[in-house]
Design a binder for this molecule. Sequence first.
Ligand code: ADP
Ligand code: MG
Length: 272
Amino acid sequence: MARVRLLLLIYLWSDTLQFDDLGLDRRLLSLIAHRGFEQPTDIQRQAIPVVMAGKDLLASSKTGSGKTLAFLLPAMQRVLRSKPLSRRDPRVLILAPTRELAKQVYGQLRMLTSGTTHKAALVLGGENFNEQAKVFRQYPTFVVATPGRLADHLKQRNVSLSGLEMLILDEADRMLDLGFKEQLDSVNDHADHRLRQTLMFSATLDHQQVTEIAAGMLKSPKRIAVGEAERLHSDIEQHFVLCDHLDHKQALLEHLMNVNVHKQVMIFTATR
Ligand code: ADP
Ligand code: MG
C-alpha cells in the first residue's frame, strides 16, 4: 500500500514543474525561496522555458497570475548569464501602460537586481524629464517605462536602443487601448535588429490591434494562453437606468446609494 502511494507522488511531481526544474540561476532560485514562493504559477511554468530558449512570446493569462516574474526571471537570467551586446544601451526594456503598473513591475525587478551590479531605471510620464535623461547616462541594464515618455526620450536621443536584447510589452492590449500604438512602433524601430527577443503579454489574445502589432514586432512567436480571460460572466446581471437629464441622473445615483442593499459599490466616471 505504502509503495503505491509513493509512486503516485513521484508521478504528480514530474507532471508539475517546480522552480528548481526550470534551469534558473542559483541566485534567482534563492531569491524566490527567500520571497516565500513555493512553486511557479501556470504562466511561469509555461513561459519561462520558452523565454530562456530565446524565443519570442505572445502570452495571455489572468490578472494576478504572476506574469511579471514570468518575464522578469528569464530576463534576469539572460543578464546574469550572457555578455551584453552593448555596454551603454539598456539590455532589457519593459513597457507598461500606466505609471502605477510600471511602478509595480519595477518593485519586483528591484527584488531581483538588488545585490547585483545591474541598475534598473524607472522612467515615467509626469516626472522630471532632465533627471531621467541623467539616469540614462548611468547606463542602466533594465529600463521600466511608460511608452509616451520613453518615446520622448528616444526623440531627444537621450537613450539608444540599438543594443537592446529584450523588449517586453506588459499589458499590450491596454497600451493599445490607451492609444500608444505610434510610440510602440517607434520603440520597435529604434531597437530593430535580428538579435532582439520580444515578449508580449496581454489580457486577451483576441484583440485586433494586439494581433496586428504582434505580427509586426514578433518573430514566429510561441503563443501561450492560460485560462483565457472569460468573456461571458454568467454571474453578472446588468440593469440600465434611463435618466432624463444630468440632475435626474445625480438624484437617481443618490437614491441608489441610499437604498443600502449594496455591500460594495464601484462607480465608473467619464475620465480615468
Ligand atoms: P499579473 O501580472 O499576472 O497580474 P503579478 O505578476 O503582478 O500578476 O503577480 C501577482 C502577485 O502574485 C504578486 O504579488 C506576486 O508577487 C505574486 N506571485 C508571483 N509569482 C508567484 C508564485 N510563483 N507564487 C506565489 N506568488 C506569486
Ligand atoms: Mg501584470
